[in-house]
Design a binder for this molecule. Structure first.
Ligand SMILES: Cc1ncc(C[n+]2csc(CCOP(=O)(O)OP(=O)(O)O)c2C)c(N)n1
Ligand SMILES: [Mg+2]
Length: 321
């Protein structure tokens, strides 16, 4: 497939900013600025950016606990993003939730449950809204290889299939659910894709480190679902570069495999190479773009650090109606 320059530049911007945000989270966590924890999604960005490039206004999204920077691709401003991570009133959830709670309804980002997999039903509910209102939107449900094995995901899949609802189930196989290799938890090479046929859903399996391969595979599924044919499955194969959490020693995996993935499957580095080969960007353009976004992030972090925390009295706000 050939692409317009503008499209490639947009993909690069989303890819680069997602990477830089995920790296920044690691940095500020190491500096002791984050009161909660983070799950770094460095290395997995193309899986999100490629799928999200198929979106239209009015679509709904359930992201997850990793690659939360993808919410910024969808419109989450830097100040609400960092405000939430730094537990400030300016955050998406007023600083109550931290890493897992960067939802923003005005952008269609439905937030998430810390109880993984349960949100699948919310994505189905959002799809019911789309259907009731007769829109050609879709509801994207991102789920990890580990959480893909949970019962609520299958209840959601069968309901979406029976009612032909516009849900796109996106399985992000980053190789691990905490310390359990995905090859150990699934009897087949794929996870949701292997099971999709049982629900009467089409599926694609893509190299989740190649944004254009993800986009091409995702486009087939999203077009099918958007056209009213019912749900579909996209499975992105990528690799979790860092530990499950910051501080995880990763004693359960072979460091040379991780190093090989970082050296050969770096979606940002490989895409920069492509853009330079095609004469779309020079090394100087890339350095400038990186420096500008780094400055924007640092300014947002400084504003967020200066923002107020909620008061003890406000802790109970929004708990009861
Ligand atoms: C129902 C439930 N069980 C266990 C956990 C604890 N937990 C948090 S992240 C995680 C790993 C999930 O693995 P995967 O779905 O592959 O996502 P990844 O962390 O690799 O992005 C687990 C088990 C949880 N949050 N919810
Ligand atoms: Mg995983």
């Amino acid at each position: 497939m050939s692409y317009e320059k503008d499209f490639l530049e947009k993909i690069y911007k989303d890819l680069l900013e997602t990477r830089m945000l995920e790296e920044k989270l690691v940095e500020i966590y190491a500096e002791g600025k984050v009161p909660g924890h983070i799950h770094s999604g460095v290395g997995q960005e193309a899986s999100y950016v490629g799928v999200l490039a198929t979106r239209k206004p009015g679509d709904y999204f359930k992201i997850g606990h990793r690659v939360i920077a993808a919410t910024c691709v969808l419109g989450n401003p830097l100040d609400t993003f960092f405000g939430e991570i730094l537990a400030k009133k300016t955050g998406n959830a007023g600083g109550r939730g931290g890493v897992n709670h960067t939802g923003r309804l005005c952008d269609g980002i439905l937030g998430m449950s810390g109880t993984l997999g349960c949100d699948a039903g919310i994505s189905v509910g959002a799809a019911m809204t789309i259907e009731a209102e007769g829109r050609d939107n879709v509801s994207y449900f991102f789920v990890g290889d580990g959480a893909s094995n949970r019962g609520p995901v299958y209840e959601a899949m069968i309901l979406a299939a029976d009612w032909k609802l516009p849900v796109v189930f996106v399985c992000i196989d980053n190789g691990f659910g905490i310390s359990t290799p995905s090859s150990y938890s699934s009897p087949k090479d794929t996870i949701l894709a292997a099971r999709a046929d049982g629900f009467g859903m089409p599926s694609v399996v893509v190299d989740g480190t190649d944004p254009l391969a993800v986009y091409e595979g995702a486009t087939k599924m999203v077009e099918y679902t958007r056209a009213g044919n019912g749900p579909s499955v996209i499975e992105c194969k990528c690799y979790r570069w860092r530990g499950h959490f910051e501080g995880d020693q990763c004693a359960y995996r072979d460091a040379s495999v991780t190093e090989k993935n970082i050296a050969e499957r770096d979606c940002v580095k490989n895409f920069e190479q492509l853009l330079m080969e095609q004469g779309i960007k020079t090394a100087e353009d890339i350095a400038r773009q990186r420096a500008e976004f780094d400055q924007a992030m640092n300014e947002s972090i400084a504003r967020s650090e200066a923002a107020p925390e909620m008061t003890p009295e406000e802790i109970y706000d929004y708990l009861y109606v």
